[in-house]
Design a protein around this ligand. Sequence first.
Ligand code: AP5
Ligand code: MG
Ligand code: ZN
Length: 217
Amino acid sequence: MRAILLGPPGAGKGTQAETIVKEFSIPHISTGDIFRKNIKEGTELGKKAKEYMDQGKLVPDDLTVELVKDRLQQDDCKKGFLLDGFPRTIYQADALEEALKSMDQKLDYVINIEVRKELLVERAVGRRVCKDCGQTYHTKFNPPSKDGICDNCGGDLQQRKDDTEETVANRINVYEEQTAPLIDYYTKKGILINIDGEKPIDEVGKDIVAKMRNKIV
Ligand code: AP5
Ligand code: MG
Ligand code: ZN
């Protein structure tokens, strides 16, 4: 299974990725997570990416494309992969297609999680992420049993630096201008699956798996 998760900031890509990768036993490749890991470790890539991410802008295409190409060459991607947050521009989508072609591979599905704009800011601002294991929560929609503490590992929950109201608004604008055109791009290729992302988390997961299993585009 080779698939992409598409959707605006806060739509639930990371949340649903957990279900999908378990179901299909494929690696979860989130460019946002890879950049955040590099920022935490203070790498050169992290330093470059941070400037853009803190403002809610896209990291330049050349940096992002190289990173993903390298990742897709790794052994665990032989059986497939789930990309989350990549591609985000037409340039990235074309580069991905070319890279896959050179490996004799092609995409099976692009899962487009649809959530109205007015719900996105609340989702992102209320998000909390475990600093140790990365598990995602929401203060209102998916709270941990103990405030500020991860159910999985007992780690502290933190807020992402780009999850302020202002930066989320920027990210939504960037999405609409640069990423939303991919909906048309993949519809034309006949591999886009639209998903109602406003249902409760577990229902959205079931809908995605059912459509992927039954090849409903
Ligand atoms: P990235 O980390 O990819 O952020 P994003 O696309 O803005 O998406 P989010 O991670 O904010 O949202 P999500 O859809 O994963 O939602 P989640 O499941 O967490 O990118 C960050 C930055 O990195 C970018 O701004 C850019 O600078 C850079 N970057 C990354 N990739 C790049 C690329 N390809 N090119 C250039 N730059 C790149 O859910 C959100 C919250 O809602 C959670 O609290 C969750 O619990 C809750 N929730 C989820 N589903 C539901 C539901 N059904 N009902 C109620 N609540 C829900
Ligand atoms: Mg995410
Ligand atoms: Zn944890």
